[in-house]
Design a protein around this ligand. Structure first.
Ligand SMILES: [Zn+2]
Length: 238
């Protein structure tokens, strides 16, 4: 079993749409989005940027059930939330990017969590400013059940996910049934990552105090350090 990535929107079009909507859902500004066709794909049979709009999973759900009319979507595309409320986008414009994982601070290090040479969490920035996430979610028996790829959210339809964005404060992705949490918080121009995830049937827990793999603390040798320009932050093997 694996997730159906469906019709992948070409990355170039994703980037164009993200930029056009100021790096967030056109309705609420959340950085995590899906790309909706204003006139349905079945009618158009093509990826036309002028017919597409980024929407967070919540607003995509409303679009999917037909609650958002074509004219409403076209208005939102013209005047997206983050254009009207630029402070609601998820960004920092500092030159260096500091990301705290456990008790270690990483500067300008983007591959945050690498298990068995597989990237579980990567954080970069779009236009040198807006956070861009790549996160892969597996269940306890190593099925990939959701993924964030350059902020594009894809998940198994049958699963219940809670996604919560508080403007410029935090982004939380949770699946309580599967005991999965990914949380990224912005405090005083620094990011803090906490998570409960799985890979290769091992559990990975990241708190503000420690990182553990199958209940064993890892990264002890770099605890309380500040590390700059590393290839990868937390690297471990199951
Ligand atoms: Zn939204």
């Amino acid at each position: 079993m694996s997730i159906d990535l469906g019709r992948n929107v070409p990355l170039q079009i994703q980037r164009q749409l993200r930029k056009e909507c100021f790096f967030g859902c056109a309705m609420c500004g959340s950085p995590l989005v899906k790309y909706a066709h204003i006139v349905t794909y079945s009618k158009i049979q093509a990826f036309l940027p002028e017919n597409m709009i980024p929407l967070c999973p919540l607003h995509y759900g409303k679009y999917d059930t037909g609650e958002l009319s074509e004219s409403y979507l076209r208005d939102a595309k013209k005047n997206p939330h983050n254009k009207l409320q630029p402070q609601d986008a998820f960004f920092i414009d500092t030159q260096e990017l500091a990301i705290n994982v456990g008790k270690t601070k990483f500067i300008n290090t983007y591959r945050i969590l690498v298990i068995d040479d597989f990237d579980l969490i990567t954080v970069t920035r779009d236009n040198g400013k807006y956070f861009l996430f790549d996160v892969n979610f597996f269940d306890k028996v190593n099925n990939m059940i959701a993924t964030v790829s350059e902020n594009n959210w894809v998940s198994e339809k049958s699963m219940d996910w809670n996604i919560d964005y508080s403007p410029r404060k935090y982004l939380i992705i949770q699946n309580p049934q599967r005991n999965i949490t990914f949380e990224i918080t912005l405090e005083n121009t620094e990011l803090f990552v906490t998570a409960m995830m799985y890979y290769n049937s091992s559990s990975i827990r990241v708190t503000r105090n420690e990182i553990s793999l199958d209940e064993n603390e890892i990264g002890i040798e770099i605890k309380n350090s500040v590390l700059k320009n590393y290839d990868a932050a937390i690297v471990a093997y199951t």
